[in-house]
Design a protein around this ligand. Structure first.
Ligand code: SF4
Length: 452
C-alpha cells in the first residue's frame, strides 16, 4: 500500500452532529501531504486504497462527508498529477470547487487519466478554458422561482431546493454556478414560506425535493419538511433527487429508510452514469429503499468520453435493472458554463437510443431528453420511426430498418373508419423499402428525428 493511503486519519471524531458537518468549516482530516510524491498505485476499491479505514467508519456516511477530498494537495496523494496539472487544477477549483467522497474516490482507477469515474469527480482544465461557452443558469431556474428556493415551472409540480450542499461535486453539474456560494441550508423561515406557497396552490400535486443534494440534511430535518408536505392534502407524491446512492450509498441507512416509509408515496431519482458505479454498496442502498416502499429511478447525464456509446449505456441500463432501478431519463448535458467538454451532439443520444431500442428490453431503454433553455422544459427525442404520416396510413420503420405500412384508424367521432388498403405485399403491411408510397419526408435529421 502506498504511504499516501494512510493520509486519511482513522480516528473518529466524537462529534454527534445530526447532519453533515458545515462545509465552510470543513477542516481536512487528511495529513501533511508535502512529504509524499504523488501516489501511483492502482487503487480500485477500499481494500487497495483505503484499507486502513476501520469498517465502522467506512460504513458511516458522516465519516465520508467529513473526510471529503477538497484540495489538490489531498487529491494528489491518490491521483497522479504533474506539477503543471496541479497548478492548473488549483486555478480550476478557485472557480469550481472540488469535493470527492472517499467512497467514490475508492472506485477511481488512478492509473487511467480517462477513467470514466475520475472524469466525473476530478476537475479538468477545460472547465475554465472553455468557460466562455454556455451560460450559468441555462434552465432559467432563477427566473421560475416563486419564493426563494421554490421553482414552479410546470402547472402541477414544484421543485424545492433545500440546500446547495452535495457530498460530491460532479464536474458536469447543471447547478455548478451555486458551488462558489459556500454550503448553505435553507433557513426555517424560507422552508415555511415554500410550504405556505404549496399549501395555497391546490394545483400542486407533485413536489420534488432537490438541492444540492437534499440527503445532506439530517434525517430529522428532512422529516420535518416531508411530514409537513404530507399534511397538505393536494400533495399526492413527493420525489427526492439525490446522488447519494451512487457517491455515498452509506447514507441510505435504516433510520432514513424507516422515516421515508412513513410518508409514502415517495419516489427517488438518482444518477448512475456508468456501470462501474453499480457497486455492491449502491445495490444494497437501492434495495433498502425499495424495501422501504421507495421506488428508485435513474436519470443519467449523457457525457462525452464517459457513457456516450451504445455499449456503455446498454451495460449501465442492464446493470440498473439487475438492482431493480428503472432507467428513466437519459439527459442531454445542459449548456452549462464549465461543462462544454462533456457535451455531445444531440445525434449521439438519438443514435444510442436507436442502438438500444429493439435490441434489449424496452424496460432498459431510457427516454432521451433535452431540457430546453430559459425554462422551456423537457422535450423527449427519439429516433425517426415514422417515415411518413397521412390521415390514412403511416409508414413506420422498425428497429432493424425495414418499412411497414400501418392503416391509421379514424376516430369514430370524426367519421367511418376507412377500409384497409392493400399493402401490395401479401397483406401483412410489410414494405421492405421506402419506394412507391409517393409520400415525401421532410425532416431536419431524416434518420434520427421522429415526426411525432
Ligand atoms: S449531486 Fe447533483 S446537484 Fe450535486 S453536484 Fe452532483 S449533479 Fe450537481
Amino acid at each position: 500500500m502506498p504511504k499516501s493511503a494512510t493520509s486519511i486519519k482513522t480516528q473518529e471524531s466524537d462529534r454527534t452532529e445530526e447532519e453533515a458537518p458545515d462545509p465552510l468549516s470543513r477542516q481536512s482530516e487528511v495529513g501533511d501531504l508535502d512529504e509524499e510524491p504523488p501516489g501511483t498505485a492502482l487503487a480500485v476499491n477500499k481494500n487497495r486504497f483505503l484499507s486502513h479505514v476501520p469498517q465502522e467508519q467506512w460504513d458511516d456516511w458522516k465519516w465520508h462527508f467529513r473526510n471529503r477530498i477538497t484540495t489538490i494537495e489531498q487529491l494528489v496523494h491518490y491521483i497522479p498529477l504533474s506539477a503543471k496539472e496541479q497548478r492548473r487544477l488549483k486555478l480550476v477549483i478557485n472557480k469550481y470547487p472540488l469535493s470527492v467522497t472517499p467512497f467514490y474516490l475508492s472506485l477511481i482507477d488512478p492509473a487511467d487519466p480517462d477513467d470514466p469515474l475520475r472524469k466525473q469527480a476530478v476537475p479538468c482544465f477545460e472547465e475554465v478554458a472553455l468557460a466562455g461557452i454556455g451560460v450559468e443558469d441555462p434552465l432559467g431556474e432563477g427566473h421560475d422561482s416563486v419564493v426563494p428556493g421554490l421553482v414552479h415551472r410546470y402547472p402541477n409540480r414544484v421543485l424545492m431546493v433545500l440546500t446547495d450542499l452535495c457530498s460530491m461535486l460532479c464536474r458536469h453539474c447543471t447547478r455548478k454556478r451555486e458551488w462558489r456560494h459556500g454550503g448553505w441550508v435553507r433557513p426555517p423561515a424560507q422552508i415555511d414560506a415554500m410550504l405556505d406557497y404549496i399549501r395555497s396552490h391546490k394545483e400542486v400535486r407533485d413536489v420534488v425535493l432537490s438541492g444540492g443534494d437534499p440527503l445532506t440534511l439530517s434525517t430529522a430535518r428532512l422529516e420535518s419538511v416531508i411530514s409537513r408536505l404530507r399534511q397538505i392534502e393536494h400533495v399526492e407524491i413527493i420525489r427526492i433527487g439525490t446522488r447519494f446512492p451512487v457517491v455515498l450509498p452509506q447514507r441510505i441507512d435504516d433510520e432514513l429508510c424507516a422515516m421515508l416509509s412513513r410518508y409514502g408515496p415517495i419516489w427517488l431519482n438518482t444518477q448512475f452514469n456508468h456501470h462501474r458505479e453499480i457497486t455492491p454498496e449502491a445495490a444494497r442502498a437501492c434495495d433498502k429503499l425499495l424495501r422501504a416502499g421507495v421506488p428508485v429511478s435513474n436519470q443519467t447525464v449523457l457525457l462525452r468520453g464517459i457513457n456516450d456509446t451504445v455499449e456503455a449505456q446498454t451495460k449501465l441500463c442492464h446493470g440498473l435493472l439487475k438492482i431493480k432501478v428503472r432507467p428513466y431519463y437519459l439527459f442531454q448535458c445542459d449548456e452549462v458554463q464549465g461543462t462544454e467538454h462533456f457535451r455531445t451532439p444531440v445525434e449521439t443520444g438519438l443514435r444510442i437510443i436507436q442502438g438500444m431500442r429493439g435490441y434489449t428490453s424496452g424496460l432498459a431503454v431510457p427516454t432521451f431528453v433535452v431540457d430546453l433553455p430559459q425554462g422551456g422544459g423537457k422535450v423527449p427525442l427519439q429516433p425517426n420511426y415514422v417515415i411518413s404520416h397521412t390521415d390514412e396510413e403511416l409508414i413506420l420503420r422498425n428497429y432493424e430498418g425495414p418499412l411497414f405500412q400501418y392503416r391509421n384508424p379514424r376516430d369514430p367521432k370524426l367519421g367511418t373508419a376507412r377500409p384497409a388498403r392493400s399493402s401490395g405485399n401479401g397483406g401483412n403491411g410489410r414494405n421492405g423499402s421506402n419506394g412507391g408510397n409517393g409520400i415525401k419526408t421532410q425532416l431536419a435529421f431524416p434518420d434520427l428525428i421522429s415526426l411525432s
